[in-house]
Each structure stands twice: as structure tokens, then as C-alpha cells.
Write a protein that binds this ligand. Sequence first.
Ligand SMILES: Nc1ncnc2c1ncn2[C@@H]1O[C@H](COP(=O)(O)OP(=O)(O)O)[C@@H](O)[C@H]1O
Ligand SMILES: [Mg+2]
Length: 469
Amino acid sequence: MPIGVFRSARRLIGTHAFRLAALYFLVFAASVLGVLLFVYLTSADFVERQTEATLDAEITGLAEQYAQRGLSGLIQIVAARSAGDRGDAMIYLVTDPDGKPFAGNIAAWPPGVPLHSAWLSFTLERVVNGRPELHPARGRLFIIPGGYRLLVGRDVSDGAAFRGQVRATLLWAGLVALGIGVIGGTVMSRNLLRRVEQVNRTSERVMAGNLSDRVPLRGTSDEFDQLALNLNRMLDQIERLMTAMREVTDDVAHDLRTPLSRLRTRLERALVPPSEAGAAAGSAQNEAIRAAIEEADRLLATFNALLRIAELESGARRDNTEPLDLAEVARSAGELYEPVAEEKGFTLNVLAEPGVRIRGDRHLLSQALANLLDNAVKYAGGGELELRVFTESGQAVLEVADRGPGIPEADRQNVLDRFVRLEPSRTTPGNGLGLSLVRAIVQRHDGSVTLDDNTPGLRVRLKFARLPT
Ligand SMILES: Nc1ncnc2c1ncn2[C@@H]1O[C@H](COP(=O)(O)OP(=O)(O)O)[C@@H](O)[C@H]1O
Ligand SMILES: [Mg+2]
């Protein structure tokens, strides 16, 4: 299960849709974080500046008091302001030149703070609810002539707490944005992907020969529906053209078959019976007529094969299927071909797993096997020839494998089409319809044909739905 999840996650990440979603999410997250950071920095700055303004105003006020009423007046005011907690967290301290406190609401000059800098930052120990706490503070120093010092400060723990709060909010907002982005991106790309995959699946099925398959529509009339609609129309047109072309071929085959048979009969009649063939001239004439009859036979075979394929593909043939054991079909085909194969230098091995049953038409399946064995004998030249029956991923497989030259990968799909014969085979007799008939037979059984490299040689596999044993 985890491997499957990993694999599908990797596949998802590799898609264009996912990358697009990820890009959108990054832009989205960056702008959210940018706004939050801006809010944080400006608000922190605002609080700080307000503190400084307050301290400045207080120092200015106290300096004026000092100018009017002297040191004792200042000390009085400081003592008054320090008395009682006014709730504004203000800090006051007046010291003598040695730093000894005179008046104020803190006990001593904050430790570690120089005695002369204008702006100070320090920590203050405060007792809150009976417990000592360290509070950050900010202060302003006013040096009174004579070396006395006035410190006005403010506990800024509220500001720090505020900043902490904003930071935490920022973090959470970032995490939430990340979560939304990841989920949203995944859902979005999944959604897109599913529709692209529908198109891909249909295309694959059409290419595999299922020309009547169509991309499902959603009825949303969005771009994907439009794409599906256009593809479907294109497929309709292709199907129409293909059907028309096939019909022409089939009609030609059908219409020519009768006159051709008649021609053949006449030729046969024209043959001079052996008893009357006294002269050499008569026998030369007979030879020519025999050659013509052979030619007519080949043409008739081609027409018959074409019509058989047409019949299978149009579904016009009567259903003759029955449950059958593939091993039996393979063995009887093997027996039939054994003498021919041996004569041509092949060793034919039938390796049939027993009990592999499918629902099929015995006659058609034997015909398909015969075509494959015929090809092997014709094109492989000799060596091992294997006929196997087995089960793979729950499917029944009928395989013919030879050790000949095989078929280049680029041609493996083409040779299944009508009249396709590869260049090296042009000199051997044949019409290029053998494999087309195999495919039509297999499709009739809702199965599939695959051509593979037998390293070396050709390996043809016919796969069918297996019947439960
Ligand atoms: N076993 C094979 N080894 C090599 N080539 C093959 C084999 N079977 C078929 N072919 C190639 O595929 C072509 C199509 O085969 P087929 O449809 O049976 O037509 P035909 O046998 O009449 O030529 C052949 O002409 C040949 O080029
Ligand atoms: Mg053939």
C-alpha cells in the first residue's frame, strides 16, 4: 500500500497540472507571507516609535520642571509620579553622580547599563502576582547639570508580547496557507489530471483498434468538454472513412468472387483431358491453363480471407462459442502442423498448461493458430518453434514463438493491418491477410494480440478472458 501511494504521488508530481498548481500555490503563499510580514514589521515599528515618543515627551516635561524648580522640585515631582502604580508601566529614577538612587520607582540603576547613553534598553526585575519576572524595558536618560541623572523608562513587555503574538499568528497563518495550498493544489491537479487521463485512455483504446470508443463528456461545456467533443467528432469522421473504405474493399471482394469462380470453372473445363493429350503442344497449353487456375485460386483465397475478416469485424457471423480448453486447441493445431514443421527443419514443442479454459469458437481459434504457425514456418527458417498455453495476470494466453528474424518494433502494429507484408517477405507467397484475420478472430473473442521480440524471433500472444475452473 505505501509503495502504491508513493508511486501515485510521484506520478502526480511529475505532471504538468501539479507543477502548475504548485507554482500558483507558491505565488499565493509568498503574497500571504509578504502581507503578514509587512503587517508585523509596521506594527512592531509603530509600537516602538510610540514608546519613544512618550519617553521623549516625559523627559521634555521633566526637564522643563527642572529648569523652573531646580533639583529638589524635580525630585518631588518624580517621587509623586513614582508613588503608586499608575498602570502605565512608567519607570522613574533620579541618581546622584555616583549612581546612588534618590527618588523613583526602581530600587537601583539597572545593572549592566552604561551611565551615559541617551537611549537605553534593559531588563527589569518586577514582582507580578508575588512572583519575580524579568521584563524588557526601554529608557531615556537626561543628565542634570552637576552630574545627577534622570532616567525615564517604560516597561515594554506588552509590546514584546504583542510582537510575539503577531509572530505566532504569522507562523500559524503560514502553516494554514501551506496546508490549504497543498490540499488545493493536489485536488486541482487531480481533477485536471483525471480529465486528461480520460482523453489518454480513450486514445489508447482507439489506437488498440477499438475505433468506436469515445471520450466521456461532463456536460460542463468547459475547455475539456470542448476538447473531448472535438476529439469525438474527429473519431466519428475517422470511423466513417474507415468503414467506407472497408465497405468498398468488401464489396469489391464480394462482387468479384462470383465471376472469378466462374472463370476458374471455365478454365478447368478448357483443360484437355490426359487421354486426349497426345501432342506436346497440348501439354504446354495445359500448363498455361493450370497456372491460370492457380492464380485464380490465389485471388479467390484473398477474397475469401477479406470477406471472412469483414464478416468477423461486422459481427455478422453466428455465435459458435462454447467453453473450451485451450490446451486441446493447441495440441490439435500442433499435431496438424508437426509434419510440415519437421519437414522444414523445425522442432515444434507444445507446452500447454492444463485447465486454461475460455469461452471461444473452436474453429476460429484453430484458424488463428494455423495462421500463426503458417507464418512461423514461412518466415522463421527453422529451429525451435513453441506453442504455449498458460495463464498470466488472470488471463488465458495462447502463444506462438519462433526463433526467426522477428518483426522490427516499428512494424509490429502495422503487420496486423490488411495487405501489409514486410519487405523481406515479398518473395514468399502470401496475401498479407493472415495476421489481420488473427486480429479479427481475437477481437471477436474480446481478447487482444501482442507481438513481441522473442530475442531472437517473433512471439505472438493472444490473450483472452479466462473462465473460472
Ligand atoms: N513469424 C514471423 N517472422 C517474421 N515476420 C513475420 C512473421 N509473421 C509475420 N511476419 C511478417 O508479417 C507480415 C504479415 O503477415 P501475414 O498477415 O500473415 O501475411 P502473409 O503471411 O500473407 O505475408 C508478413 O508478410 C511478414 O513480413
Ligand atoms: Mg501469413
